[in-house]
Ligand binder design. Structure first.
Ligand SMILES: NC(=O)c1ccc[n+]([C@@H]2O[C@H](COP(=O)([O-])OP(=O)(O)OC[C@H]3O[C@@H](n4cnc5c(N)ncnc54)[C@H](O)[C@@H]3O)[C@@H](O)[C@H]2O)c1
Length: 443
């Protein structure tokens, strides 16, 4: 039973002493559902279902060892009782009001924690209607330049940390999806980016100003939307220089979550694909923002990219060389946060005979996203305490468009992503990695 042992991590993991502040730009449906859920779980009023850090386990050693601790007993994570919450929004509503307006959680869940939720009030946001055009609100900062706005955010972060007595902070972007953007000259280096901040470059989006402020403050940053945000060379450089972990983009919650389970299954069985048509109806504020073609384009790119990477048409031209992939999102207010996703999948098998699969997922967007926010916050804090920095590819599990090192294609298969995540935890603790080879059981 020989197996190669892994090198121990060079740096021991610092213990999570004191309070962890979770800062959220965008206190809408996802953020309020996340905060209310953590407060409820902490009071024993509900369970944090869907959260790997709270409910997941990890196998260690051989199958015959029967060592399967809970993840939060295996790696030192911040406890729910040690979390404090803050954030920014263009609407001044406290979290109780924001959650009530979002209409995700019922009063029976919100009322027992009303006092705590009511105390969390958004700080004025950095907002630019050129990037999010469908909504406007009064709680917005004014500044002489984008650098001035970044400095105001840095001051907010420092004040929050002090007044809440936090030992560490993380930031998770839960704000709206911004208009489509590709990296331009101003994003290519930190010097160019800072010059752009001072000169008010129109190519610097609000989400990038938050990301810059977070990294300059030593705060890890996760990007829950498909915005470029930290996925630009300037931020990569800053995250390396300041030794801060970053990850993104776009929470993988509903339709894309299912897509990254089904597509690897077709590929595993070498079933071909003629087409995949995905439609969605949703009626929350996110749906309203995505009704703008520019914002939809950002989301569309994120949703479309997964199949290409999973199916590898260049490697399997007979199976995936010519499929049609379309994604539609329609804003339909009566549905609120209860999104409905339809998928029509045209596959083909032996001798090319066609078959169809229909998926109808009646989901709840923020209920699926909230546990991801929790896991990302706790794992980013773990990464920081383990002295990991730059892109955290092991957190790809949570994203539709996982960030990867320049020149490296992202891994989209949900189960490979999960294996990567768990192996990273084993690696951090100096445990043997699990390859699933299993030949040793038959020696
Ligand atoms: N719920 C999901 O399943 C899911 C999945 C993937 C991605 N996302 C993304 O997560 C984000 C949040 O989703 P949601 O349903 O909570 O949307 P939401 O519209 O309810 O909340 C977003 C909030 O961000 C605020 N905002 C916009 N720009 C801001 C800025 N510059 N600074 C501060 N606040 C700002 C808005 O006022 C709004 O309250 C969206 O970008 C969405 O696309 C959600």
């Amino acid at each position: 039973m020989k197996s190669k042992s892994v090198a121990l991590k060079k740096h021991p993991i610092q213990n999570p002493k004191g309070k962890l502040g979770i800062l959220l730009p965008g206190l809408g449906a996802v953020a309020s559902t996340f905060i209310a859920g953590v407060l409820s779980a902490r009071k024993g009023l509900g369970k944090p279902i869907g959260s790997l850090t709270q409910m997941g386990t990890i196998r260690l050693g051989k199958r015959t060892d029967h060592r399967v601790p809970k993840i939060n007993e295996f790696v030192p994570l911040a406890q729910l009782d040690d979390l404090v919450f803050g954030g920014w929004d263009i609407f001044p509503d406290d979290i109780y009001t924001a959650a009530a307006k979002a209409g995700v959680l019922e009063r029976t869940h919100l009322d027992p924690i009303r006092g705590e939720l009511g105390k969390i009030k958004p700080m004025p946001a950095v907002f630019d209607p050129a990037y999010v055009s469908r909504i406007s609100g009064p709680n917005v900062k004014k500044g002489k330049s984008k650098m001035d706005l970044a400095q105001q955010l840095i001051a907010d972060i420092s004040k929050f940390k002090k007044s809440n007595n936090c030992s560490r902070l993380v930031m998770v972007w839960c704000g709206s999806t911004e208009k489509y953007q590709t990296a331009s000259a101003v994003h290519q280096s930190l010097a160019a980016f800072e010059k752009g901040l001072r000169e008010n470059s129109p190519n610097i989006a609000p989400s990038q100003i938050y990301a810059y402020a977070a990294l300059q403050s030593g705060v890890p940053y996760a990007n829950g939307a498909p915005n470029l945000s930290v996925d630009i060379p300037a931020m990569l450089q800053l995250s390396k220089e300041r030794e801060i972990p970053i990850c993104g983009k776009d929470f993988k919650t509903g339709q894309t979550f299912i897509k990254t389970v089904l597509a690897p299954a077709f590929k595993a069985r070498l079933l071909g694909l003629h087409g995949w048509f995905s439609a969605n109806i949703l009626g929350n504020r996110d749906g309203e923002v995505l009704d703008d073609p520019e914002a939809f384009r950002t989301k569309e790119e994120s949703k479309l990219s997964v199949l290409e990477y999973i199916l590898q048409p260049d490697v399997y031209p007979d199976l995936y060389g010519n499929y049609d992939h379309r994604v539609r999102i329609s804003y339909y207010p009566p549905r609120g946060d209860n999104k409905e996703g339809w998928d029509n999948i045209d596959i083909f098998g032996w001798l090319g005979y066609p078959m169809q699969i229909k998926v109808n997922f009646l989901c709840r967007d923020s209920i699926l996203a909230a546990p991801l926010v929790l896991d990302l916050a706790l794992f980013l804090d773990l990464a920081q305490r383990s002295r990991m920095h730059g892109i955290q590819e092991w957190l790809s599990f949570y994203f539709k468009s996982p960030m990867a090192a320049p020149g490296l294609y992202p891994e989209h298969d949900l189960f490979i992503q999960l294996m990567k995540l768990k192996n990273t935890l084993r690696y951090l603790k100096g445990e043997e990695l699990i390859t699933h080879l299993g030949i040793e059981y038959y020696d």
